[in-house]
Design a protein around this ligand. Structure first.
Ligand SMILES: O=C(O)CCC(=O)C(=O)O
Length: 280
């Protein structure tokens, strides 16, 4: 559970780093191994949606492995999305008693060849859901440091709205804006690296500008991002689509729910995998 100061920090800054573990030591080791297994195409569950960003892993010097919905491919990650200590904090940060999973995403930068993920806001990549109130919990499996490509955020940028064009990283990954006229007059372009210890996590709002740099170190950087929606989030397709849209079973304008978008908390109670919910 978070204290009031942590919730206030998140509301003001659009991110929060937590240096107390949310995972147990054996859970971390198993998950690290499962990420490598799923990356090799070995999975124990049903369908998963995977996309490899960068070139083929073998022989490439520019790799980010991103696996969407590993919770559907692996029981350990299925349990993780329901983990009460995580969903409780997410619910506090949202100020909302009912929470669903939008999707999860493995983010793996292999040693030495891990490529950057440029500065971005998440919600513009999620144009089929509204409003832009989602909160992500980014769980480090390896220690995430500046050397192996930890998360960087621009504090308070979640208050700037969805900025068209937006930020670009220069050769040192320092961000500059395409067109500063979209920014509020008091906007400050400060960058905060968020180093996160293995088994700990950080949270970010879906409009917070963030990005990750190269992993040129000898240490892998495996993490899983859990993207959660407040219970009132609606399916509002705008024609631009999304990777998981084929799993949507509700009509435009309806609350996004269903077996591919599991309810993990309802009316303030943590749910367990397979729970029958009032709201599906
Ligand atoms: O882990 C990374 O490298 C990027 C993650 C990210 O952009 C996100 O979780 O929204």
């Amino acid at each position: 559970m978070l204290n009031d100061a942590q919730v206030e920090f998140f509301r003001d800054n659009g991110y929060l780093v937590l240096d107390t573990p949310v995972l147990e030591a054996d859970q971390i080791e198993e998950m690290k191994e499962r990420v490598l297994q799923v990356t090799r195409g070995e999975k124990s569950g049903a369908d998963s949606v995977s996309n490899l960003v960068g070139d083929e892993i073998e022989g490439s010097d520019h790799v980010v492995v991103q696996i969407v919905n590993i919770w559907q491919a692996d029981p350990l990650f299925h349990n993780l999305i329901y983990q009460a200590n995580i969903t409780e904090m997410v619910s506090q940060l949202m100020g909302e008693d009912t929470v669903r999973l939008w999707h999860d995403q493995i983010q793996y930068k292999p040693p030495r060849v891990g490529a950057p993920t440029d500065w971005h806001q998440d919600h513009p990549y999620w144009p089929i859901i509204q409003p832009a109130d989602l909160v992500s919990c980014w769980v480090a499996l390896d220690n995430a440091s500046i050397e192996n490509g930890c998360m960087n955020v621009v504090p308070r940028s979640h208050n700037w709205g969805a900025v068209p064009g937006g930020l670009r990283g220069n050769e040192n990954f320092q961000p500059t804006f395409d067109d500063e006229s979209f920014l509020p007059a008091d906007a400050r372009l400060e960058v905060v690296p968020c180093e996160v210890k293995s088994g700990c996590c950080m949270f970010h709002h879906c409009l917070t500008w963030h990005g990750t740099y190269y992993n040129r170190s000898d240490i892998p950087r495996r993490a899983v991002a859990l993207h959660y929606m407040p219970g009132y989030t609606r399916y509002e397709p705008d024609g631009r689509g999304h990777l998981v849209e084929e799993y949507v079973e509700v009509q435009p304008g309806e609350v996004l729910r269903g077996r591919h978008f599991p309810t993990v908390r309802e009316n303030g109670q943590a749910l367990v995998p397979g729970a029958v919910t009032q709201s599906a």
